[in-house]
Ligand binder design. Structure first.
Ligand SMILES: Cc1cc2nc3c(=O)[nH]c(=O)nc-3n(C[C@H](O)[C@H](O)[C@H](O)COP(=O)(O)OP(=O)(O)OC[C@H]3O[C@@H](n4cnc5c(N)ncnc54)[C@H](O)[C@@H]3O)c2cc1C
Ligand SMILES: *[C@@H]1O[C@H](CO)[C@@H](O)[C@H](O)[C@H]1NC(C)=O
Ligand SMILES: *[C@@H]1O[C@H](CO)[C@@H](O)[C@H](O)[C@H]1NC(C)=O
Ligand SMILES: *[C@@H]1O[C@H](CO)[C@@H](O)[C@H](O)[C@H]1NC(C)=O
Length: 577
């Protein structure tokens, strides 16, 4: 398999296409809108209302910013692509108060603690490996979150309901046909696919979550590179009751099937009554051109991969065509630009490890508070440049990890160069921003991009670690340090009389403050875990950004007598870098 670089206009097909439907390849063109009145001005317009675009709308709403999403599809996803919501993603939805809703939704169809298997055939085949099995005790030491199995057609309707509550409007059946940036903002032209009417919107910022064939990425002239396009695969969406044959294999979210004749996997739902199978290789094919698989071939592939000798009532709902690719955009926005790309528009990766959609949601989370702070006048526009600065290098590594998982788990030829797989906990939780909206630490290990969440470094750019606390005002119930974070910066100290907390109260930007110790109240830390995990010493504080990443530690700053001045200059360096 060739490792090649791809520049610019790479043809991608990863938009699941219903059998019989034609694909829409689209590019922006010129548009004379001089006679079109402005329908509305919005702080942020988002192209695409799939998992990343809609998440971004909800995140902006959480920070009090109104936005609108336009999507040309008639409604939310009808295909069950993404399945595994990884730990960091669930932590984000927990901050929004949505984790319980999502967990309930997931429990309807999936066993939460089941991991993935690699087997020779689904039914009765030898188990080659077990992966991503939850170790509830070990995971609970580092996060209040649990991985969730949720298909996109389970997740997106929940998100759509919530979007309304957060003031994030989702408009479907609406194509964005043109945009342009001028000195004051962005002009966006939409076409209503039912009525054919054009509308003109103006916005301060435009975020394109328009998928891997992103017309915006092309229009901005942004190249991407990485291992490249590795092949064209399919997913077969089926209904057929495998329950009588599966035994304990019904509970696994994903079961890879790898043998001499076949490479792919099953993602089962409803204890094995439906689902989809991914097909990368069959005895006769390693490449699947669009619309090339007939229903009878799909059924044949199904029986072979399942290892099922007798026929069962089987319905093939659809076949989706997509490319296995590993690519990352070189720029996530132009310098000083008002246009950003996020999600698959900025990167694609093989589905092994389930990281694609999760990474996109985390792009949106990184960008949302920055847009909100700039729009509210708390930060200068240069803060928005840190979106590219922070996300692009981290995603480079994540793409490599997804690629390593593909090679190591599904290729027969493991001599294809790939990185060593890092543990799932590390990939999911503990990537670190080396530079950006933070006061970088000049200490050992500070330039590492991944850390072990069981031994966190707790440096600027690291995720705030979890420690379990007690709330005596709520019947001594437990909570996580992560639960202290709301829309504001957060300052934590373990020392009852730090001058920094007083300084925090004097800032123009709101900073929530907590002293966490054995004797603090109502929230206390009976075993002084925060002191130990956060490595806080007397008189020192740690400052956390609204997205849960550490911005600054006072012990890395030269001692100062004027804490108020020091803190305001620290905030200025973070927010107006
Ligand atoms: C088989 C398979 C399994 C996967 N499993 C996982 C998994 O387990 N976990 C995971 O995290 N990820 C997984 N992924 C990846 C995941 O599905 C994608 O990363 C995710 O869907 C990307 O979301 P997005 O919002 O960035 O883009 P998309 O979902 O591609 O959405 C882009 C949207 O933009 C709209 N659009 C584009 N241009 C315009 C325009 N001009 N005007 C209006 N609308 C426009 C499109 O209609 C579309 O709805 C999987 C992918 C595949 C193929
Ligand atoms: C490949 O996977 C195996 C089994 O999970 C693991 O032990 C090994 O370290 C992986 N190799 C690489 C190069 O990542
Ligand atoms: C308080 O916690 C105790 C012990 O966990 C429990 O038995 C009790 O029902 C709780 N009371 C309320 C009001 O939640
Ligand atoms: C909470 O815990 C403290 C310390 O163990 C104890 O003194 C107190 O009575 C408890 N309160 C409730 C409501 O259980």
């Amino acid at each position: 398999m060739a490792i090649e670089k791809h520049e610019g206009d790479v043809v991608q097909r990863d938009e699941t296409v219903l059998k019989g439907a034609t694909k829409t390849e689209f590019d922006f063109g010129p548009f004379d809108h001089s006679n079109l009145p402005i329908t509305e001005h919005l702080p942020v317009v988002i192209i695409g209302s799939s998992m990343v675009g809609m998440s971004l709308g909800v995140f902006l709403g959480y920070y009090g910013i109104k936005s609108i999403n336009f999507d040309r599809h008639p409604s939310t996803a009808t295909h069950p692509r993404a399945a595994l919501f990884l730990l960091r993603t669930v932590e984000i939805f927990r901050q929004l108060g949505l984790d319980a809703t999502l967990q309930k939704e997931s429990a309807k169809s999936f066993n939460l603690n089941a991991g993935m298997l690699i087997v020779e055939t689904l039914i009765g085949g030898k188990v080659l490996h077990r992966m991503q099995e939850a170790d509830p005790v070990k995971t609970a030491q580092i996060t209040p979150a649990k991985r969730l199995w949720l298909t996109q057609n389970m997740f997106e309707p929940v998100l759509r309901r919530e979007a309304e509550r957060f003031g994030a409007r989702q408009v479907f059946g609406m194509n964005v046909v043109h945009y342009e940036q001028d000195a004051n903002g962005v002009v966006v032209i939409t076409k209503d696919l039912k009525s054919g009417d054009y509308n003109k919107y103006t916005a301060d910022y435009l975020v394109a979550c328009d998928g891997n064939r992103s017309p915006t990425r092309r229009n901005e002239g942004i190249d991407w590179n990485g291992p490249g396009i590795l092949g064209n695969s399919i997913s077969i969406n089926f209904k057929g009751d495998l329950t009588p044959y599966l035994g304990s294999r019904a509970i696994h979210g994903v079961t890879y099937v790898v043998n001499e004749r076949f490479v792919g996997g099953f993602r089962l739902e409803d204890n094995g009554k439906a689902g989809f199978m991914i097909v990368n290789k069959t005895p006769t094919r390693t490449n699947f051109e669009p619309d090339s698989v007939t229903e009878s071939e799909a059924k044949e592939i199904f029986y072979m991969a399942a290892g099922l000798e007798k026929e069962i009532p089987l319905k093939v709902d659809s076949v989706s065509y997509w490319s296995v690719a590993a690519l990352n955009a070189k720029m996530y926005s132009k310098k000083d630009g008002r246009i950003f790309i996020a999600g698959d528009a900025a990167h694609v990766m093989p589905p092994t490890g389930g990281m694609g959609g999760n990474t996109g949601i985390q792009d949106a989370w990184n960008l949302a508070w920055k847009l909100a702070y700039v729009l509210k006048g708390h930060a200068s526009r240069t803060l928005l440049e840190t979106y590219h600065q922070e996300r692009q290098p981290v995603v480079d590594r994540i793409v490599q990890q997804a690629y390593s998982r593909l090679v190591n788990r599904t290729f027969n030829d493991k001599s294809v160069p790939h990185e060593q797989e890092l543990p799932d906990d590390t990939c999911e939780l503990e990537y670190r921003y080396a530079n950006g909206a933070l006061i970088a630490a000049n200490v050992e290990g500070a330039s590492e991009q991944f850390e072990d969440p069981h031994q966190p470094l707790v440096l600027p750019g690291s995720r705030m670690p979890h420690a379990e606390l007690i709330d005596s005002s709520k019947n001594n119930s437990t909570l996580s340090t992560l639960d202290l974070l709301k829309q504001n910066f957060l300052m934590i100290s373990t020392d009852p009389s730090p001058v920094w907390l007083a300084a925090a109260a004097q800032q123009n930007v709101p900073v929530d403050t907590y002293v966490l110790s054995k004797n603090s109240g109502p929230i206390c830390d009976p075993e002084e875990k925060v002191k130990q995990i956060y490595k806080l010493s007397e008189g020192h504080v740690i400052l956390i950004r609204p997205d849960g990443y550490i911005a600054w530690r006072s012990n890395l700053e030269p001692a100062s007598s004027d804490t108020q001045d020091t803190l305001s200059s620290v905030l200025k360096r973070i927010l107006s870098p």
